[in-house]
Write a protein that binds this ligand. Sequence first.
Ligand code: PMP
Length: 424
Amino acid sequence: MSEALLEKTKMGPVACPIDFFDVYGVRDDFPILRSRVRGKPLVYLDNAATTQKPLQVVEATRAYYEKQNANIHRGVHYLSELATNKYEAARETIAGFLNAESAREIVFTSGTTESINLVAYSFGRANIKAGDEVLISAMEHHSNIVPWQMLCEQTGAKLRVIPIDDNGDIIFEEFETLLSEKTKMVAIVHVSNSLGTINPIKKIVERAHAFDIPVLVDGAQAVSHLKVDVQELGCDFYAISSHKLFGPTGIGALYGRESLLDAMPPYQGGGDMIKSVSFERTTYSELPSKFEAGTPNMAGAIGMATAIDYFTGIGYDKLESHEDAVLRYAHEALADIPDLKFIGMAKAKTGVVSFVLSDIHPHDIGTILDQNGIAVRTGHHCTQPVMERFKIPATTRASFALYNTVDEVDRLAEGLHGVLNLFK
Ligand code: PMP
C-alpha cells in the first residue's frame, strides 16, 4: 500500500501476506458461494447482516432432525436423552468459546436482540429506578438502544449517550465524564455493524467497575472476527447471535456472570424454567434453565455449536490475519474511487467498509451492484443515530467474512466504477 494511500485510508501496513490462509479451501465448505446471481458469480459482502453456513452446519442440523429429534429435559426415553445431551453439549461449547467460567453462565436465546432484552427486562426492572442512568454509545445498533429506552420510559431512568468522533471512535474522556453514582448499567457494542469500530471493552469495563457498574457488551459483530474471552474482558453480560457466526438463524446466547444471573428474576414464565408449580406458588429452576422457558431451539443450538467448532478449528491467528489483509486491501482499492468517502475510520476496525459515493443514493448503488452479482447492504443498518451523527441518510456497506477474497474486493471496486460511469 502506498504511503499516500495509507495516509488517505489512515490504515497501517498490511500485517500479513494474504496467501497465509487457504481461503479457497474454506470457500469449498460453503455451497452457496458457488452460486451465480444474475448470470455472474456471487460476491457476497453482506456478512454483517448474516453469514453463510458451511456444509458442516447444514449436515449437523439435518442429522438432528433425521436421527436425534425429541423434546429435551423431561423425557426418559433414548431420543430425549440424546437430544438433551447434544443441547447441553452445545451450551458447553459456547461456554468454552467465550471462556465463561461455567456453562451455567450461558443462556440460550433467539439471538443478540433477545439477549439484550432479557437483561433490560430482568436485571433492569429489578435494579434500575427513577433517577438512575443507563449509558450507551452513539454507535449502538437499535437492539442495544430500544430495550434500554423502553426500560427508561417505564422506570423514569435516563438514557445517556457516549458521543463518537468523526472517525467513529467513542470519545473516551466523555465516557469517563458520563460515569457517575447514578449510572446503573453500561451497554456498549464490541464491534459496530455500521462503522466497523472495535471498542476498547476492557478499558471501558475497568472504568465502569470502579463505580460498581455492570457492563453489557453487544458482541453480535465481534465474535466472528475477534477472539473473545469474557473473563479477560471482565464484562458482566455478553450477547451473541449464531447467524452472524456461520450458524443457523433463530438462536443465540447470553453470557451472564453467575452471581448476577442468579440474583435476577426470570424473564419469561412457562415450562422448563420451574422447579414446582401450584396455584399458590411457583419455584424456579436453577441456572440456566430459569431463563429458558418453553421448548428451546435444539437444532439451532446444535447447529450453532457446530459452526463454532468449524470456525475455531480454522484458528483465530489465520482468520484475523486474512480478514485484516482483505479489509486493508478493500480500503486501498476503494480509496482510488473518485468521490468515495469512507464513513468510519476508527483506530481499530474489523469486518466492515461503509461509504458514500458522490451524491448517488446508496439504494441505487446497491441495486446496480446487485445486477453484477454483488451483494452489499445499503441503508441505515439499524443504526439511525450513526447516520444522524454523520449527517447522511444512509451508507453502502461491504462487510467481510473469513471466506471473502481480494478478487471479490476487485469485483466490488469495478462495480463501483461502473456505478460512477452510469451517473456521469
Ligand atoms: N447488534 C449488532 C451490532 C448487530 O449488528 C445486530 C444485527 N445486525 C444486532 C445487534 C442484532 O442481532 P440479531 O438480529 O441477531 O438479534
